[in-house]
Design a binder for this molecule. Structure first.
Ligand code: SAJ
Length: 433
């Protein structure tokens, strides 16, 4: 049982809903505050509006047991966990309007002794601003940015760090970084997370916790950028980048990540910009990594362009060449198309008039609206039999079954190296871009 009688989770999205459900499954009384009425209705029926393994079962269980309910109306609680979007606006400037709106929503129901935790990925200083916003809405209460350890309300930052596709497991098992504005704030937040986190709860200050989250995703972005840059250099120098990375990684202190068509998702391609915005002159490597990763889809498109030109002068293709795009999602074995470089590449190809586009994406049933009509969703067998250019964009496990024979006489552009390695292992001399 939790020490916090009622916990209010603000924002029932990819992070808020699993967090609310896991907390409720540990016996806490949880109220989910959500602005979208359709989401509120869905959850109160015991259903889910997002795809995440086993989340549907857990939500049904805790809604049926009465421990989780969703509402559009703020209610009193002992702890508030804010998990709302923090996108960036023009010029990559962080947009904290959803956090501010969350503060405005919960401020009227705050009472002395309450804890407010921000989980959304945020620029350094956001937790203090949250405290200031709350104080401006509730001048009758004291807040930690102003009165320190004696504050009526405790405010802390605790970033989510779960991997989409493995959220329920990582929510419980991962270590958590907890940064209170004061030590009393950290202590209160650590007690809340002790209710459902088995991983270690490590306490620091709010600014370090905010930067820690940004540093984690920037670390990954920078390392992927290194792999992507290597792939471009290797192509120029006639080297197989996949073999190169495999060999370099045999060094005991080298661990290069994998190149791809670019970096997608709503975290790694976004969060580094929060650091760049805070320290534009200093964050040189972080900015360049972003630019390298953002430019990778254009490099892939240039390769396709070259293949189309070649196909035009090739007797294998009559009329418009047919291109099979394998994969649309932002990473393997999921259905999430948000900020997907594969989707971006397919959209640009589909807008061309000089080729026919087939899309294979085993995790969706219909193409997104802007591709429907301009491309055709087919299965892998049909794609391989109709296309002369095969463009592998996502390393879905399902594509491992593609037979080497099916690639004969095809032009292969393999952004993940999966089919290329298979062809090389078979001894075939691949026709690759
Ligand atoms: N990618 C590569 N090469 C690689 C690894 C990844 O091109 O070697 C690409 C993927 O294909 C994808 C993108 O990077 O397009 C991001 O995928 P990911 O699996 O690296 O990360 P996300 O965005 O699903 O989740 C990340 C995680 N952060 C880290 O691993 C540091 C997760 O723990 C965070 O909670 C999440 O961001 C978040 O919400 O911030």
């Amino acid at each position: 049982m939790t020490d916090f009688g009622t916990v209010c989770v603000v924002g029932l999205g990819y992070i808020g809903l699993p967090t609310a459900a896991v907390l409720a499954s540990r016996g806490a009384r949880v109220v989910g505050l959500e602005i979208n009425p359709a989401t509120v209705a869905t959850i109160n029926r015991g259903d889910v509006h997002i795809v995440e393994p086993d989340l549907d079962l857990l939500v049904r269980e805790v809604v049926e047991s009465g421990l989780l309910r969703a509402t559009e109306t703020p209610v009193e609680a002992d702890a508030f966990m804010i998990a709302v979007p923090t996108p960036f606006a023009d010029q990559h400037v962080p947009d904290l309007s959803f956090v501010k709106a969350a503060a405005a929503a919960i401020a009227p129901v705050l009472k002395r002794g309450d804890l407010v935790v921000l989980e959304s990925t945020s620029p350094v200083g956001a937790t203090e601003r949250l405290s200031q916003w709350l104080a401006s809405y509730r001048p009758d209460l004291s807040f930690p940015h102003d009165t320190g350890e004696r504050s009526d309300i405790r405010v802390a930052y605790c970033p989510e760090r779960v991997l989409p596709g493995n959220v329920l497991n990582e929510l419980v098992e991962n270590d958590r970084i907890i940064g209170g504005i004061t030590q009393a704030c950290s202590k209160a937040a650590a007690a809340l997370y002790a209710q459902f986190v088995k991983g270690e709860r490590i306490v620091t200050n709010a600014r370090t916790a905010e930067m820690c989250k940004l540093a984690e995703n920037s670390f990954r972005d920078t390392n992927i950028a290194f792999a992507n840059e290597l792939s471009i250099i290797s192509e120029k120098l006639g080297i197989d980048v996949w073999e190169l990375i495999r060999l370099a990684n045999r060094h005991p202190r080298v661990s290069i990540l994998q190149p791809g068509p670019g970096v997608g998702g709503h975290c790694i391609a976004v969060d580094p910009w929060f650091i760049v915005d805070s320290a534009p002159d200093e964050a040189r490597l972080i900015r360049t990594a972003r630019e390298v990763n953002d430019s990778k889809p254009h490099w892939v498109l240039a390769q396709v362009e070259a293949a189309i030109i070649e196909a035009g002068s090739d007797r294998r293709t009559e009329g418009r060449p047919t291109i099979a795009c394998l994969g649309l999602s932002f990473k393997p074995n999921i259905d999430d198309l948000r900020e997907s470089p594969a989707l971006d590449i397919c959209q640009k190809l589909a807008s061309r008039k000089d080729c026919e586009i087939l899309v294979v994406e085993p995790h969706i049933r219909a193409l997104p609206a802007d591709l429907a009509g301009a491309a055709e969703l087919v299965d892998v067998t049909e794609a391989l039999s109709r296309a002369s250019i095969i463009l592998l964009l996502v390393d879905h496990t399902a594509f491992n079954d593609i037979a080497v024979e099916a690639l004969q006489d095809k032009c292969l552009i393999d952004t993940r190296g999966v089919l290329l390695q298979k062809l090389k292992a078979s001894g075939a001399e691949p026709d690759v871009k």
